[in-house]
Design a protein around this ligand. Structure first.
Ligand SMILES: Nc1ncnc2c1ncn2[C@@H]1O[C@H](COP(=O)(O)OP(=O)(O)OP(=O)(O)O)[C@@H](O)[C@H]1O
Length: 315
């Protein structure tokens, strides 16, 4: 049995105006969380709409668990949260989810159990009988996720699930995605929120002007070198060259206060060397206030990939 959840080969959608996305080939493994990034207008939503069968490709092919995209068999195993979707605000949350269950052709008895269960799962079980117009944006997004999960899909496509949410709403959606991932669901996440992608996704691809520009494992992108940031007290400039000479590491003074508090950045070969380096600091009479591993950020990866390129999307 194949371990591939989503596979595309040269998948293309060219709109009448020449926009869309071109020649996109990816593979996403079962249980993997895949982040699809790109500037506004890069073609991310167009790609997802092809995968979920809402629009037909103009070239190439795609498969969901081995079934051709757009087929009933492929649709049975997916859930989809569209971007900025607005639900019928005169309905209750429960009615909205029930409507989606009916659209899936769910049996009435199964529906009776599944609707409250999925509302509970996304954390709006107690508000299921309230009308959507009384829901916060965060609750509406979670309601959308409930609709996407109603058929207990193997693969969930989420197009900007945290857009327009405040930090609390984002955190709620992020925890929900982490839970889905832990349950073994395959997640395909379109997002501009790179911090969310860093936390949730295993692999990423960056789309620009309809084409994949870069792709890779998030862990590789974030850990290009082992760099620690240390906050120390009792620092004096002559200690900098002593630390460099004694450790052999690249030590950089980032900032220093008049009271001798300083921030250092130290690049090492192995993670474990930090313990030894700390003993050098303490041995020289300095105080160690804080030690943290500096990570590369996805934002840097994203910006370095798109800088200097034309992206016709929104600009
Ligand atoms: N139905 C359509 N007809 C013509 N052009 C379209 C159509 N749908 C999208 N486009 C264009 O295709 C390009 C890609 O749009 P798409 O919505 O896929 O981008 P996106 O990466 O999802 O953007 P965003 O991050 O802003 O949501 C855009 O230039 C858009 O204007």
């Amino acid at each position: 049995m194949s371990s591939i959840a989503i596979a595309t080969d040269g998948l293309t959608k060219e709109f009448h105006n020449g926009r869309g996305c071109r020649d996109v080939s990816i593979q996403v493994g079962k249980g993997e969380a895949f982040g699809f990034l790109g500037p506004n207008g890069a073609g991310k939503s167009t790609f997802v709409k092809m995968l979920v069968g809402l629009i037909a490709p103009t070239d190439g092919q795609g498969f969901i668990l081995g079934e051709p995209i757009g087929s009933i068999e492929a649709k049975r195993s997916i859930g989809y949260l569209p971007e900025l979707y607005r639900y019928q605000e005169w309905l209750t949350g429960e009615e909205v989810v029930r409507l989606h269950a009916q659209l899936c052709g769910m049996d009435r008895q199964v529906m009776k159990q599944r609707v409250p269960q999925v509302l509970e799962e996304v954390g709006i079980g107690l508000r299921g009988k309230d009308r959507v117009k009384h829901y916060s944006k965060g609750m509406q997004q979670r309601l959308g996720i409930a609709c996407a999960l109603i058929n207990d899909p193997d693969i969930v496509f989420l197009d900007e699930p945290s857009s327009a949410l405040d930090p609390i709403g984002r955190q709620e959606v992020r925890s929900l995605l982490a839970k889905l991932k832990a349950e073994g669901k395959t997640i395909f996440l379109n997002s501009h929120l790179l911090e969310d992608v860093e936390v949730i996704c295993d692999r990423i691809a960056l789309l620009n002007d309809g084409q994949i520009l870069r792709s890779g494992h998030v862990s590789d992108v974030l850990q290009t070198k082992i760099c620690w940031q240390l906050k120390v007290g009792g620092f004096s400039p002559f200690l900098l060259s002593w630390l460099r000479d004694t450790s052999g590491f690249q030590v950089t003074l980032m900032s220093q206060e008049a009271d001798g508090t300083a921030w250092l950045e130290v690049v090492m070969e192995h993670e474990e060397q930090v313990g030894w380096f700390n003993t050098l600091i303490i041995g020289q009479g300095m105080t160690l206030y804080e030690v943290s591993r500096k990570k590369e950020r996805l934002e840097k990866w994203f910006m370095s990939a798109v800088s200097g390129l034309s992206h016709r999307g929104e600009r």
